[in-house]
Design a protein around this ligand. Sequence first.
Ligand code: RM4
Ligand code: RM4
Ligand code: MN
Ligand code: MN
Length: 430
Amino acid sequence: MSYRIPDSLIAEENARALAAHEDEYGALSRKLARRGLDIEAIAAAVAGFGVAVPTWGVGTGGTRFARFPGPGEPRGIFDKLEDCAVINQLARATPTCSPHFPWDKVSDYKELAERARALGLAFDAVNSNTFQDQSGQPLSYKFGSLTHADRDVRAQAVQHNLDCIEIGEKLGSKALTVWIADGSNFAGQSNLNQVFDWYLESTSQIYARLPADWRLFLEHKLYEPAFYSTVISDWGSSLMAAQALGPKARCLVDLGHHAPNVNIEQIVSRLIRAGRLAGFHFNDSKYGDDDLDAGSVEPFRLFLVFNELVDAIHAQAADFDPAYMLDQSHNVTDPIESLMQSATEVVRAYAQALIVDRAALADAQRQSDALGAHRILKQGFLTDVSPVLAEARRRGGGALDPIAVYRKSGYRARKAEERPAVAGSSSGIV
Ligand code: RM4
Ligand code: RM4
Ligand code: MN
Ligand code: MN
């Protein structure tokens, strides 16, 4: 029988921390009331917010230099689901997970869907992988996949995406995320215009096979592994492709996939305006696609992204239904701890954006009161919303302090006994 964290441990730890928590919740409630805000409405909105965990994120990540796996790593998708369930059990913000194929391939998808359901989880977008060669694969992706110069390689990559849709249907997913590594390392290596044509040709074949209620998420990335040009390098290329493909195609914003200093929240605003925002891969970075934990480097930027999202909700923007996912590489932490912390930081940014006084902000903007407007925005960011996040977790059966309960449970040590290390784990991208 595999170890699960008992709910009684959560209850005990919550009981110990309850008096202090209630005091802090009361103080925040009074603070918000003075601004005309009802903390119960914020608590309800927070409780209803979910962000998907990437199945590849529960294994230790790595760099191109090395990977340092920890004890008790998940050995396959069934172990990964167990870890995803712990993240949701304690932090109550991640009811779904986003699988990656063929990393999460199994022989029986009905069994996989049932196992997820039994653990209280559902599946979010399925991700295809044509950035690596798999054993036994006839043709190589070394020089590209959906935009390879050889039509047979393109056809193989298209077929893999169609297979992913078929798997996703069995799992209850409603979207396919396509990120390709295609690009070039040398000026002249590929024809920049031609490869975009091939991208459209290949993705239109995938688009044609999307079930009626599905969406196709196109994920751009500026560079890496291609270092001279990348086919879908930026939101402009992504939007051009989405508009060429049709209304079910949307642009996915991974926070780490932009040029340095680019204004990501403005890109989000433009994509909302175009009715093409697919959703997010949240992570944080200092230099490039660092895949650090969300909110760990630039929490203000994360808040500004949510400010645009809450603004769109207020404006009742058309075609606005973004998918929220984490996409991180945990190289030096226990992935379960990182994912609980990151999910909390994403929800925090949402709560901070919810309490911004939008009427006062619009007024300050009308009066061209630059500093006044900024102060209104900052008031949301600088309010410590931790007590309302904790209360939403507690009411949902989660932990007031998820990481403290996780550490106390000894889950990882138990898994180290249950899961003998295996070679060639699909976790972590090296
Ligand atoms: C590092 C650095 C070192 C080299 C390793 C492999 O980035 O440049 O000099 O030994 O790579
Ligand atoms: C990429 C990109 C994709 C993810 C892979 C593993 O950099 O962010 O979303 O599927 O990494
Ligand atoms: Mn991503
Ligand atoms: Mn990435």
